[in-house]
Design a protein. Structure first.
Length: 376
């Protein structure tokens, strides 16, 4: 009799635990569904903001027209043929350059911060941008790919392809050095960022030495290139950047679960079957390639890769299923806003986009140093 009662009590306890476990699972599933819906809504809102800012950017300029005419001109069906020419040949390539460039820098910065587990990681802090600047200076001063034109507004490079090629080679050279240190010296992710800072200083010094021996035209050309400019790309360059950025985005999205595992620490990632070293090296190569292609065409665009992930992380959290696409769209928004401000603040003068993005990113960089400097 007593045995029967104890068995009934154990069965009741077991069923109660089972019900409680299933209820917790159901509550967790409902919470995740709410989280998923909220982040999808955030992503859709960011896309809507991007489209709106793109239309405003297409409309801004000395040749003003309505948003409806601008939308028609994108398809080449505006009533005024001049609007079609201005939008499709001048403004649309610039806007697409900002979208693609910001997208690539934003998502690459997000991945670099994930694989290095360092909130200060980006193309500019790892020295990739500074390497590109030295490559461009070398092509202009040593190889004679300087500018033609008497003013900044009329300045055109005599061999832009050579400048982009040298900038790309040097920026990838920085990446190879950092990857070699990681592969052969087994330096920590934090030390990789410090190595990037050291390489940045070295390339800045080398660029300064080249400028010291340059003539006035060459010096002006180097300074103009380092300003950063979204208007120097044609449809060909936009197409190349788009292909590279889309392929890189596909690779990053496919690797999103590896980044989530790394967020919990290397030990946890290894226990989940992630080859941390291989993931880190492969993603460093893809991030470096993406940033190098963008910087080689646009010049120095600072802090987009640093700022964009931190802004959206405050809203969507650390789940890279949502953090990656939102960082990409936010990067496009920031670069579009920077370009819009550069063209409208003291119109018709176009301010250097690199200076605008630096004003945006430098305060956040200092904030991160003060907030998390002891952990770096």
């Amino acid at each position: 009799m007593i045995l029967s009662k104890s068995m009934d009590m154990s069965l009741d306890k077991s069923s109660w635990v089972s019900r409680a476990t299933s209820e917790r699972k159901e509550v967790s599933l409902q919470a995740y569904q709410r989280y998923k819906r909220r982040n999808l809504l955030v992503f859709c809102l960011l896309l809507c903001c991007l489209i709106l800012i793109a239309l405003l950017s297409l409309r801004s300029g000395s040749y003003e027209t309505s948003l409806l005419e601008i939308a028609k001109a994108v398809a080449g069906k505006a009533t005024d043929s001049k609007v079609n020419t201005v939008v499709r040949n001048i403004r649309l390539p610039r806007v697409l350059t900002a979208i693609v460039g910001g997208w690539g820098l934003g998502i690459a910065g997000c991945v670099l911060q994930a694989i290095l587990r360092n909130p200060l990681a980006s193309a500019s802090t790892l020295g990739i941008s500074q390497g590109a600047s030295f490559g461009a200076a070398f092509a202009i001063i040593v190889l004679g790919a300087g500018a033609q034109g008497s003013t900044i507004a009329a300045m055109q490079f005599s061999n832009p392809l050579l400048i982009s090629f040298c900038a790309f080679l040097c920026s990838m050279g920085v990446s190879v050095v950092i990857l070699a240190l990681s592969r052969f010296q087994k330096i920590t992710p934090e030390a990789m960022v410090l190595a990037g800072v050291a390489l940045s200083a070295m390339f800045q010094g080398a660029t300064t030495l080249l400028q010291f021996f340059a003539n006035e035209v060459q010096l002006a050309s180097v300074v103009f290139w380092t300003f950063g400019d979204l208007g120097r790309t044609s449809w060909k360059e936009v197409g190349i950047m788009t292909v590279v950025v889309l392929l890189a985005t596909g690779y990053f999205v496919a690797s999103r679960w590896n980044y989530n595992a790394l967020e919990s620490g290397e030990q946890t990632a290894v226990s989940l079957g992630v080859n941390v070293h291989r993931v880190r090296i492969a993603n460093m190569v893809v991030c470096s390639l993406t940033a190098a292609v963008i910087v080689s065409y646009l010049g120095i665009i600072n802090f987009i890769g640093l700022v964009a992930p931190h802004i959206v992380r405050k809203v969507v959290g650390n789940n890279h299923t949502f953090l990656l696409p939102c960082s990409a769209v936010m990067g496009s928004i920031l670069l579009l806003l920077g370009d819009f401000a550069a063209r409208t603040v003291i119109s018709p003068v176009i301010l250097p986009i690199g200076a605008i993005t630096s004003f945006l990113g430098a305060p956040l960089f200092l904030y991160l140093l003060f907030k998390g400097g002891k952990k770096l």
